[in-house]
Design a protein around this ligand. Structure first.
Ligand code: N01
Length: 540
């Protein structure tokens, strides 16, 4: 599209602006085209893929199984694509997304290496005016933020980072050229999903690896393996039925959801069930009993099992003790899925440092100084996570009706109706926004739902001749209450997790996603639409 590439010229006028070309933005673009709309998509990266474009750290892999972590909207696509492993690697997912972008001819409407810096609603013109770091301006009546829930990387502000003479990396913004740690003294800060995946791989290369751990984490083995082509073919015979069954679960993932509580069975049966799930691998472990997320005693049983496993894997009892999670219920911080994580601490070239007892004081020109020692390093890897759900949106200067800033509106925590709109920001849609189940689910299942719902909503506006749609403040208030109310009935709110905004200094402590279940959420959304988009205000 000639206009789109003509940067810094007159504003581009389109029907819809999409921000972000990850799984959400790509599918949104596809659906908008099907509506006959002219959309442009701005993407900060030099390629499509979002999370999977940026997260190229060693060991990066999805912990939802390949056969489920993919789009379902095209029968041809889901039949033709062949996955090679039980869990897809970052490289394989990126190949898949590139394939999707080509197959559906999406690239011609995507402007890469273009970061959206502002989106300002012009009330009089009923227009979103979007600016980018290239000086491009685009105007459209509708703007859709497909900016990702875990895309705003968090690099803690340790004093002295600028003075460090070695190399440093964030897992969420990894270089494209191969990084070789051979012969190096390397640090990893952070032991969440990213750290737990990277640590075993980096340990295989580095002369010495020092892991700086603030909170020990629960992790279950992945037991990744090549995918049997026959099994894959078998699954594909009834792909749509599998997809439909997944959509009717609380996480959009086909786990074995138990119908029994942890204390409905004998202690021996309970342990046997945990053992069976441990041997199978993956996050299926936390669904061993149906009360693990709501009953502390049931949860403790699962925690004790994992702690025993850690003790049996890690040979040095002192190191094993340091690795035992005690401060949170299993699953209330995102459960990790690993390949050889705890075993890595049996290697002679790996040291574990507990930064809760000996905090990092500074990064010096030669390494990291804690309150107890200085560690000389060649490279530092920050596996320190994200300003989740709100970060990517708040880094853009978004202003709604009357010039209200989203940052101000959300200063006490985000408020949305159904996670798809926030009152006072007309015609601004959010994909996987706060208040949606998104990151508690197979995110592609959520993305397909949110995108589909928004596309239908836009079709409704056009059919009815509406030019303006906004969330009603009372509907938004009720949803915000509901999001907190369902969370308070679980153990989630008791943990210092990124779900609670607890990982970012100064971020308000509210539970960010909707934990009431994907299947319940989609029913609510459907009901809202069937009731004539109850809770939304339209104008023409
Ligand atoms: O980030 P995290 P992540 N000093 O926030 C520590 C998805 N994901 O990138 O727990 C010292 O989980 C922090 O410590 P604490 C998945 O949804 C999926 O690993 O806050 N340490 C923690 O240990 C996941 O949940 C996959 O005390 C500091 C770590 O850094 C989400 O992305 C793979 C610190 C951050 O862990 C985020 O995962 C990867 C400080 N100042 C990611 N600040 C798969 O599908 C933070 N930490 C497999």
């Amino acid at each position: 599209m000639a206009e789109a590439t003509d940067r810094a010229s007159a504003p581009l006028h389109v029907d819809v602006i999409v921000v972000g070309a990850g799984f959400a933005g790509l599918y949104m673009l596809h659906r908008l085209r099907q509506l006959g709309l002219h959309a442009i998509c701005f993407e900060a990266g030099a390629g499509v893929g979002g999370t999977w474009y940026w997260n190229r750290y060693p060991g990066a892999r999805c912990d939802v199984e390949s056969m489920q972590y993919s789009y379902s909207f095209s029968e041809e696509l889901q039949q033709e694509w062949q996955w090679s492993e039980r869990y897809p690697s970052q490289a394989e997912i990126l190949r898949y997304i590139d394939h999707v972008a080509d197959r559906f001819d999406l690239r011609r409407d995507i402007q890469l290496e273009t970061r959206v810096t502002a989106a300002i609603y012009d009330e009089a013109g009923r227009m979103w005016k979007v600016s980018t770091d290239h000086g491009t301006e685009a105007h459209a009546p509708i703007c859709i933020m497909a900016t990702g829930a875990l895309s705003a990387a968090n690099t803690p502000k340790f004093p002295g980072l600028d003075s460090f003479e070695g190399r440093w990396f964030h897992t969420g913004n990894w270089p494209h050229e191969p990084i070789d740690f051979s012969g190096e003294r390397v640090a990893v800060i952070g032991t969440g999903s990213s750290g737990i995946q990277a640590i075993p791989r980096v340990a295989e290369q580095a002369t010495h690896l020092t892991v700086f751990q603030r909170t020990p984490n629960y992790s279950v083995p992945a037991w990744n393996k090549p995918l049997d082509p026959e099994q894959q073919a078998e699954w594909k015979k009834s792909y749509n039925e599998h997809r439909e069954r997944a959509r009717n679960t609380r996480s959009g993932i086909l786990y074995e959801y138990s119908q029994r509580g942890a204390f409905d069975v004998s202690p021996e049966e309970r342990v046997a069930e945990f053992e069976r799930r441990w041997a199978r691998g993956g996050a299926n472990f936390t669904h061993a009993f149906n009360d693990i997320f709501v009953n502390r005693a049931a949860n403790d049983e699962a925690c004790n099992f994992v702690r025993d496993r850690i003790r049996s894997i890690v040979r040095d009892p002192k190191v094993a003790e340091m690795l035992l999670p005690h401060d949170h219920a299993i699953g209330t911080k995102r459960i990790c899925v690993d390949t050889g994580y705890f075993e890595t601490f049996n290697r002679d070239n790996v040291t574990l440092v507990d930064v809760r007892t000996t905090p990092i004081e500074a990064i010096t020109p030669v390494g990291i100084r804690t309150s107890a020692a200085e560690y000389e390093l060649d490279s530092i890897i920050f596996a320190t996570g994200y300003d989740a759900l709100t970060g990517a949106l708040q880094r853009i200067d978004i202003r709604g009706a009357g010039g209200e800033r989203l940052r101000d509106k959300w200063a006490q925590g985000p408020r949305t109706f159904l996670g798809v709109m926030t009152a006072g920001f007309p015609n601004l849609f959010l994909i996987t926004g706060p208040g949606s189940p998104s990151i508690l689910t197979n995110v592609i299942v959520s993305i397909e739902h949110h995108v589909g719902w928004v596309a239908e909503c836009i079709a409704h506006m056009r059919a009815e001749g509406f030019t303006r749609m906004d969330a009603a403040p009372d509907a938004e208030d009720a949803w915000a209450e509901e999001v907190q109310a369902v969370a308070s009935r679980t153990l989630f709110t008791q943990s210092n997790s990124w779900y609670m905004g607890a990982n970012i200094a100064g971020k308000p402590r509210v539970f960010l996603p909707y934990v009431g279940g994907f299947q319940n959420y989609t029913r609510i959304c459907q009901q809202v639409a069937e009731d004539g988009y109850r809770g939304f205000i339209f104008a023409s």
